[in-house]
Design a protein around this ligand. Structure first.
Ligand SMILES: [Zn+2]
Length: 168
């Protein structure tokens, strides 16, 4: 007896017997099997009244997947920006582009300082290094001053807000 090689439902031929799935003594092709499962699932959900429950679960799963995806994105961001894994990240949308502090030491001044260092016997690398750290130092001071000013401004605004609050 030749092996059965067609779907009991739609009659489609399959290549091998094992391409058919047996459900309740009926042999189904891939498509019918899938449709059958979908219908079965829908019926079960509707009959058992677990629709809401299931919806909640699905949402929960989606959220947890989203968390995982977000975590992966954060890790990638950390990797790309060389941020350590234990360092906090700015939440999305709050990333304020940090304005690069410009050095007040002009190119001319740097050239003069460089010449001065060379004349005093420093080698090229040492002189370059020294000017670089001087510029960095000056930038840091300026950055700190800016932050200090910002803090002052916030304090002042807070003070004004409080005064406004007490005003009748
Ligand atoms: Zn079929």
């Amino acid at each position: 007896m030749p092996m059965k090689k067609s779907c009991d439902k739609c009659g489609a031929d399959v290549e091998r017997f094992r391409d058919l799935k047996r459900v309740n003594k009926v042999h189904l092709c891939k498509d019918c099997y899938r449709k059958n499962r979908e219908k079965f699932r829908k019926d079960v959900i509707e009959e058992s009244g677990i629709k809401d429950e299931l919806r909640k679960l699905t949402n929960k799963l989606k959220n947890s997947n989203r968390d995982k995806i977000n975590q992966m994105a954060r890790n990638r961001y950390r990797k790309e920006h060389s941020i350590p894994f234990d360092a906090p990240l700015n939440p999305k949308g709050s990333i304020i582009k940090k304005e690069a502090t410009k050095s007040f030491i002009t190119f001319e001044e740097r050239k003069q300082l460089f010449g001065l260092l060379i004349r005093r016997g420093f080698c090229y690398e040492e002189a370059t290094e020294r000017i670089k750290s001087l510029v960095e130092f000056e930038k840091n001071i300026r950055q700190n001053m800016k932050e200090e000013q910002a803090k002052e401004k916030i304090e002042k605004t807070k003070q004004e807000m409080l005064e406004e609050l007490w005003r009748i």
